[in-house]
Design a protein around this ligand. Sequence first.
Ligand code: FE
Length: 512
Amino acid sequence: MKNLKNKIHLLEEEIQTREKNKEKKLFLMEMKKIGIERLPYAFSALKQFIDPETMSYHYNKHYKGYVDKLNDALQKKKGGDVELEEIIRNISKYDKTIRNNAGGAFNHALFWKMLSPQTQRPKGDVLSHIEKEFGNFNNFKKKFEQVAKERFGSGWVWLVLTKRNSLKIMSTTNQDNPLMNVIENGGYPILGLDLWEHAYYLKYRNKRDMYIKNFWKAVNWDFVNQLYDTRKKDKVNETKKLQSVILEGKSQRCSKDDTKKIKELFNKNPTVKRIYQSTIQRVLKDIFPEHYYDKGEYSEGQQSGIYDFEGDGRSVINKLNTNYTCFCILLNDINQVMERSKKKKFNFENKTPEEQIEEVKRFVNTLKYFQSRIFDRNSNTFENIMTTLTQTHERGAKTEEIATAIMKKKFGRDNVRIVGELGGSIDMFEDTDAIIKIDGKEYTAQIKPFGQIIEEDDKFIMVDTGQVKPNKTDWLVFQKGKLVFVFDNLLTDIVDGKFTFPTSALLYTIES
Ligand code: FE
């Protein structure tokens, strides 16, 4: 009996899913065709927002004009039956006429449906998501209006669901749409407002601000939710599918030996390092556009990078491009995928520098290909990378803490302070971990752990110091246990990937 009940329940669920999918398919098909969309209300129906004359002109002259010109232009082009959304998504393949008219046709088809004769309250999943991302609806409204007001000349303002499933307000010029592949950091538009003069001038004249304000009285939140739900579910399914591709295997740990090999590779072949580093920066910007800030955009004097990601402030993920272990993790995990798909694995050993450069180019291309799978928050690889970066950061913080404590004993409690916290003042003192005051003069210092110090031919060579790269601080400070060495950074030399100093560069040896 229980079994039968279960069976019926399962069947019911299946029917429901099928119905939903059918509905979704129909809806998407409707969205894609390049016919003239019927206006879902009378020209006079939106009086709270726009007058009948404008609506009639807007629909009959402007909108139909775009559709006709687009169909004309497409007829001249071979290929025939292309869906409008496909054209929009691949707009770079087409000329300017098609870009303008396909944009015009697509934008207006969406716009008509985004308007409602009845004033609706914002609602549904869209409202929850807006509140989550903008604090409250009013904040969102203000921001949307502000972006709209700032659009100079013809264009549109949009609320967009990004490929990372976050909401974002943006504006496009002319008839461009956020879905066009020529638009940087776009996404799927779920709400939009036409800011061309033809959309408001008869009623509002030069008072575009009033037109923007009155838009809220005519938004069709039912339709906006429909668009949102369709896209969001698509996205979730896609993510799951993609995950299973990259994540069949477990993300690999990296042995000390492997990491050491990467370190050697980077130090001996700076081009390999440069190609990898610039790719990582581009990928992070691409994948987390909503967390990416240009220099000074997040706070005054701050570096460009990813912020407010795992918590408030600068993210540890910014260290990804200089972390050898993470390169090693990416290499191993991508090699798992290569192996599964029976492709040649990446290998940098026993190769000439030129071959290594070719190999890293092939590697970053593959990395870019898999980027949305690798940098998915649920991906095993990503989790491994974040854990590694967090641990490295915490270890570094520990080193700084111990070293400053030891230096405080020597130079006085008030004369030593840590500045190198993520997202803190590090941005103003690039690579500076601490500032030490002696006789009124301040010295900046970078603090590093070390494994061993070797004295050889009037030179000190520091071994196992983590990342080795030149920096601009006055001092380089090394800590191990209760021992601290302070070197004059002006005399630093990097030999075979190791910090090397003439003996005269040693300023202080402090033992606690
Ligand atoms: Fe228009």
